[in-house]
Design a protein around this ligand. Structure first.
Ligand code: DLL
Length: 434
């Protein structure tokens, strides 16, 4: 099923003409409304009339998360605050979040993009959709909410957490579509079965999962666990939120909404643009965003693009499932966590050394983070009260900055392994459970 068939099935020529027109306008728009871009573009000698074809995009400098951070909170906004109707944020690499703002048009385009990928896997106005993403600064819940409402679904904004209640509502309210991270869906299906709820009592038929990767093995388990058709969708707050791309019923890649996003694949080390079909880092230019436009934003997500027309009839390019990151960002219970954030917290605490290890585990399909920190004074080991105070202080500060609970384990001086080269601080055991 299509939500905007004319757009979703445009010929390649039409798509490229539209993209070029929008790209030229965007360059002008950024030049005139965002001092940061004005400086960058001027330094690079780029003006809208120098962009003659799509490949001329290569002359525009990349934008990174650090650029957003350096202009915290609103420095990259292209409109005055009176035109912003929504603000979201995601984790930055330091304690400060990455802030994004939306105009009314942005919200409208965003909900179109979300409605498209929902319709593409068969969601329609008869559906009852349970949104089990956390409502808040995270883009997942409200992004799906507006898109599903636009499609005419009955939305249950239950938010995340309280899993037994989630399972009860799934059954009692007759939800036919579930929206969550894949790991939370898996956990919820186990809780539902433990509560004695069988799939026959549920009306679930489609899962719209995203915000983190999902292996084929996990997808199979969720499908069996809940008796639904599990689909993947992708996005990020800096670009909009969910809705950048999503699978169709054939699940052979995620269609990127190419009228709003212009994708490129680059070599993440050299910055060189790679030919179609090669694997590398996804770079996206937002073609229509008014609130906080992004010129060649480096997503750090590794994937590959396929331009052949899909069996579903959609012509918009498909990206393969995200295959990893070119930086060290971790997704823990759907939340972005950077080891550098943890380091910045630890640096503020007296009594601990800069040596630490992050141990990630998964139990009941839920991620757990343990931060093992070395104390710097053996004498502390003798004093239980001081140790406990230190541990609580670290746990509290980590929770404030990361937004998720971490278990803090203090260990004796010189017990964490030292490395001569790049330190290996992350021990990820999460796939051992699957
Ligand atoms: O996770 C937006 C989103 C919400 C997408 C709900 C889909 C559904 P951020 O919190 O800014 O935004 O995190 C963005 O999450 O760069 C990827 O590394 C990762 N990610 C998002 N979707 C997927 C996916 C939202 N389907 C970061 N598969 C991105 C793998 C994903 N990784």
């Amino acid at each position: 099923m299509f939500f905007q068939k004319d757009i979703e099935t445009m010929s390649r020529r039409e798509i490229e003409e539209l993209q070029l027109r929008r790209l030229k306008h965007l360059v002008d728009y950024c030049m005139n409304n965002v001092p940061f871009y004005n400086k960058r573009l001027t330094q690079a000698g780029v003006t809208a009339d120098k962009i003659k074809c799509l490949s001329d995009i290569q002359y525009i400098p990349y934008t990174t998360k650090a650029d957003i951070r350096d202009n915290y909170p609103y420095g990259l906004f292209a409109v005055p605050m009176k035109d912003i109707v929504r603000i979201h944020a995601s984790s930055g690499t330091t304690g400060k979040p990455t802030v994004v703002g939306y105009t009314r048009n942005d919200i409208n385009n965003w909900s179109d993009c979300v409605a498209r990928f929902c319709a593409a896997v068969g969601v329609n106005d008869n559906d009852v959709a349970q949104i089990s993403f956390g409502y808040g600064l995270f883009t997942g819940a409200l992004g799906l909410h507006y898109g599903l409402e636009k499609l005419g679904c009955a939305v249950i904004p239950i938010s995340s957490g309280n899993t037994q209640k989630q399972a009860m509502i799934l059954k009692d309210f007759g939800a036919s579509v579930l929206i969550s991270t894949p790991s939370y869906a898996m956990y919820m299906s186990e809780v539902a079965h433990d509560m004695g709820i069988s799939n026959d009592e549920l009306k679930l038929r489609i899962g719209l999962f995203g915000s983190e990767g999902c292996t084929d093995a996990l997808r199979d388990k969720i499908e069996k666990g809940f008796g639904l058709f599990a689909t993947d969708n992708y996005g990020m707050s800096e670009l909009m939120g969910p809705g950048v791309s999503g699978e169709c019923e054939y699940r052979c890649g995620l269609h990127i909404a190419e009228d709003h996003f212009l994708p490129e694949i680059i070599n993440s080390e050299t910055g060189e643009v790679l030919p179609a079909g090669e694997k590398g880092e996804l770079v996206i230019t937002t073609l229509t965003k008014e609130g906080i436009p992004m010129l060649r934003y480096r997503t750090k997500d590794i994937t590959r693009l396929h331009y052949d027309t899909c069996k579903c009839g959609r012509t918009h390019v498909r990206m393969e499932k995200v295959q990893g990151r070119s930086d060290d960002m971790l997704k823990i219970r759907g939340v972005n966590v950077f080891p550098s954030q943890i380091e910045s917290v630890l640096a503020t605490i007296d009594g601990i050394s800069p040596h630490y290890e992050l141990v990630l585990t998964r139990k009941n399909y839920t991620d757990y983070l343990e931060v093992r920190i070395e104390i710097n004074n053996t004498a502390l080991l003798e004093n239980f009260a001081d140790l406990e105070r230190l541990q609580k202080d670290a746990a509290f500060k980590l929770k404030t900055v990361l937004g998720i609970q971490a278990k803090v384990t203090l260990v004796a001086p010189r017990t964490i392994q030292r490395y001569e080269g790049k330190a290996k601080r992350i021990i990820d055991k999460r796939n051992e459970e699957e």
